[in-house]
Design a protein around this ligand. Sequence first.
Ligand SMILES: [Zn+2]
Length: 511
Amino acid sequence: MPADLVLKNANVITMDHTRPTAGLVAIKGSRILLVAGSEALGEVRGTKTKVIDCQGKTVVPGFNDAHCHIFSFLRRLRSLDLSPSSVKSIAEIKAAIRRRAQSLPLGSWLAGSDYNEFYLAEKRHPNRRDLDEAAPHHPVVLTHRSLHACVLNSLALSLAGISRETPEPAGALIERDETGEPSGLLFEMVGYIRERVLPPLSEGELAEAVASANEHYLSMGITSVQDASATNDFTRWQVIKGFIESGALKSRVFMMFGISALSQFQQMGLAFGSGDSYLRLGGVKLMLSETTAQPPPLELDQQAFIAHQAGFQLAIHCIEPSTVEAAIAILEYISRQLPIAGQRHRLEHCSECPPHLLKRLIRLKAMVVTQPPFLYYSGERYLATIPPTQLRWLYRIKSLLDGGLVVAASSDCPVVPDNPLLGIYAAVTRRAQSGQELSPEERVSAKQALAMYTINAAYASFEEDIKGSITPGKLADMVVLGDDPLKSPPEQLKDIRVEMAIIDGRVVWEA
Ligand SMILES: [Zn+2]
């Protein structure tokens, strides 16, 4: 059978242990037809076969970012970049807001993203007064890098209906000055502000943002994403479906959602894994937070139990040891009543995992979806703020793998940039952007890191039968790299460039 497309003269890293390397990949339609040595070209070459000579370059399975937030990313692409690489102080934030305000009609919303008080000269969050000085006539909202905090100016606060009389919303915190007046800083209210206060992006704005997001994903070699937003619901599902059907979004999407949308999906006849290889329904995202009073454990146990019983994977957000323990307790609660083996429940982040919790996690055979890029982008802050005894348990990877757990990698984008090769670099070197090392005993090999972004990520969405490795019969999602990550010196991993992305057997991006 002649192939439609052949990659020849390639250094293929298949991530399939039955055939780890190859020189040629043949594709028929959307699937991989043959993985072989270069000498097999004659077998698969027909008159209409397109042949790409890779000139010895490396081909790997398409990258799969196992935890990110598409809609936040779209907002992010429309807003001011206030990340540490762009602004160093509140004074600079104010200047950036002033500049943007000049080109915006009075009264329209001005958004900024990714400020991080740790990296600001003033070492504090901006407040409403700062923002009022910069833009008194535009409602302004700045979101913290973590998405767990935001700051509003006075106009935005009044449009949001937040005043000294506003009681504390459940699970959130309105910071106030001595007189009880809101300072502008809000904790755990980013979702509320975005969903209920900010006007939705117009169709034109959305189309523009999706086009940039698509281009961005492909340029990073990200052929699959897993959206872990607890705010996802059936409406979001339809919006993403629209992006995909119109061809605006080429990367595949596995969409998790919040527990409140469970009955909605069930009423629409959708179960876990429903959809197709382009858009698939994922599990239920549960948020555990230490910043605010958690939902009462009993309620969480019940929510998790209902989702589990309905056949859904759980994706439990947990950062601090107390929340990691709470996540484990939820899974243990379920396992006392029903078998949980095979449901691949996931701990999202699992940022601090001390030995006694690791033991319980291993017993549960839960998965961990980790974020190596955090080590790079936030490592300096971790080293400055987390006691050394606790640092040892921070974003552990090797210990989890040694314990037999499956670990998938992700960026939590837009929390940090999502370049998978930078994530691989961080997992291999455990170095922060500053060059400092974080618990080097948790380093993994480049092969293990690559697995976390490919086959393990596919396992996290129950799709290892159709993606995650270059194996005949699987979807032809592949990336051509400028260098071989398994042979590059660790320091150079983050600089490896994606040269081509292939999805569904089609070249969708070229450098
Ligand atoms: Zn997240």
